[in-house]
Design a protein around this ligand. Structure first.
Ligand code: GLU
Length: 491
């Protein structure tokens, strides 16, 4: 936007744990913007906080992106002209920038010990002053600083301008003004020689020729630090876009309970990547004022930062479930059967022989498609089709639905008797339906009052795919046997 360089965006996660929904939304927007502009998307691992490093995170980050189909043009595994893409392997670049700033008088070595900083903080708190470095080492002469650096550990702090204001022109937030007197001489290089986030991100966004830095709103307070760093280094900053916060349905900060779990948990829980992308895309962005279903291809084509809003987005799991159901129903038959097979292989109890019986899956497929929102519902729903008896259940499962034991027994006995009178050759949906509906009268009960007992007897659970079709899939003999088993359990 600010210049005519080809668009280059990046996702720059810190490998401090499995990436969550919010992190991946940043990745998605950065990627979609690069794609819509015919630009490039870079993955850079910001692994400079050695204390918070979690070894498996980088794999989880890449796996999350791959699952969603977010491909990177440069970064781990694919390489690129700005290698390496791990900050821990780029330390000389940051050290060079730090030296440049020290020489220019815009940064200084700080030799303050942890104890001194602690005392300073306590004193500030006691005096009700805002916390921040008091600038003691900013006064050191170049000679003294140089001499002490040979013998003492130190960090490098950036000398913030304290007068006036720092102005951020954000693509989402518009103009944001920061008072410099509230700023602090932050640490940019730690005593272990690793940069902090602030120095790392400025050096790398520059060196990697990032044109648009798209990141979560939680980073906006870092913007004045970055802007001043760019000024001091004489570099051109990227155009920033701070993405709106994601709130839970209660309009409070998204928590683990309201959906902020690891992205890959959504895969485990049976969400489709297309649904997840569609869902994430609308957390802070919209195509227009009516479109709610959007494919990945459409997103790549039409995503635009100008339609990202500043107001917080609300994470609504019902919406995700709706979208997932939509994409399930949009699947072709063959793909659907494959999907069921996959989830059955992993989800059915070990007692079901593997590979799981294909014809059974094929028969159940059309019945399942309309009834589930998540793929992890598949195995529990079809488990009853495998094996002679229904999956194990306690008699209470029936009595919770049909509370009187005698009534429940009478339901099951009458059903067994009437269904038993249907010859094998006539065992079809229409006939079974007629028989079961016909039970209302002798039982003196509405269908919905007694049918759960039949569900539990046949399926081991009080709801599932339609009962009449299920009995056809089970066949006459198994269906009747399961009714007798249930009667025995209750009796
Ligand atoms: N490493 C930061 C993070 O973990 C990156 C923030 C940014 O995109 O600048 O979120």
């Amino acid at each position: 936007m600010s210049d005519s360089r080809p668009v280059r965006t990046r996702y720059a996660p810190s490998p401090t744990g499995d990436p969550h929904v919010g992190n991946i939304r940043s990745a998605l927007f950065s990627w979609a913007y690069a794609r819509s502009q015919g630009g490039q998307f870079i993955l850079r691992i910001e692994d400079t906080d050695r204390n918070r490093l979690v070894e498996t995170s980088t794999d989880a980050i890449m796996e999350s992106l791959r699952w969603l189909g977010i491909d990177w043009d440069e970064g781990p595994e694919v390489g690129g002209p700005h290698e390496p893409y791990f900050q821990s392997q780029r330390l000389p670049l940051y050290q060079r920038a730090a030296s440049q700033l020290i020489e220019a008088g815009r940064a200084y070595r700080c030799f303050c010990t942890a104890e001194r900083l602690e005392q300073m903080r306590a004193a500030q708190a006691a005096a009700k002053q805002p916390p921040g470095y008091d600038g003691l080492c900013r006064q050191l002469s170049a000679e003294e600083s140089e001499a002490r650096s040979k013998a003492e550990p130190f960090v490098v702090r950036f000398a913030m301008r304290r007068e006036g204001q720092t102005v951020l022109n954000d693509l989402v937030r518009g103009q944001v003004v920061f008072e410099n007197k509230l700023q602090d001489d932050f640490v940019m290089l730690k005593s272990d020689g690793y940069p902090t986030y602030h120095l790392g991100v400025v050096v790398d966004d520059t060196e990697m020729e990032i044109t648009n830095a798209i990141r979560g709103d939680e980073w906006i307070s870092s913007a004045p630090k970055h802007i001043q760093l760019y000024e001091a280094l004489g570099w051109t900053p990227p155009v920033w876009a701070h993405l709106p916060l994601i709130l839970g349905p209660d309009h409070k900060k998204l928590s683990k309970r309201s959906g902020d779990t690891a992205l890959l948990d959504y895969r485990t829980n049976g969400y489709l990547p297309a649904a997840m992308i569609n869902f994430l895309a609308f957390l802070g962005w919209s195509l227009d004022d009516h479109t709610s279903i959007l494919s990945i291809e459409e997103l790549k084509q039409h995503f635009d930062l100008s339609r990202v809003v500043a107001n917080p987005a609300v994470f609504d799991i019902d919406r995700l479930n709706f979208l997932n159901g939509h994409y399930i129903r949009a699947m072709g038959d063959a793909e659907w059967v494959e999907t069921i097979a996959t989830w059955c292989e992993s989800g059915l109890p070990a007692s079901v022989p593997r590979p799981v019986d294909r014809p059974v899956i094929e028969q159940a497929a059309p019945l399942l498609k309309e009834r589930i929102a998540r793929l992890d519902e598949i195995a529990p729903m079809v488990a009853f089709l495998f094996g002679e008896e229904a999956p194990e259940y306690a008699p209470e499962a029936i009595l919770e639905r049909v509370p009187e034991r005698e009534v429940a027994i009478r339901v099951l006995e009458t059903a067994a008797e009437r269904l038993g009178a249907v010859p094998d050759a006539e065992w079809d949906v229409a006939r079974i339906e007629a028989v079961i509906r016909g039970l209302e009268e002798p039982l003196g009960l509405k269908l919905r009052k007694f049918v759960p007992a039949l569900y539990v007897a046949e399926m081991g659970r009080a709801q599932g795919i339609p009962l009449f079709d299920s009995l056809v899939l089970l066949g006459r003999e198994r269906s009747l046997r399961r009714l007798r088993t249930a009667i025995r359990k209750l009796g």
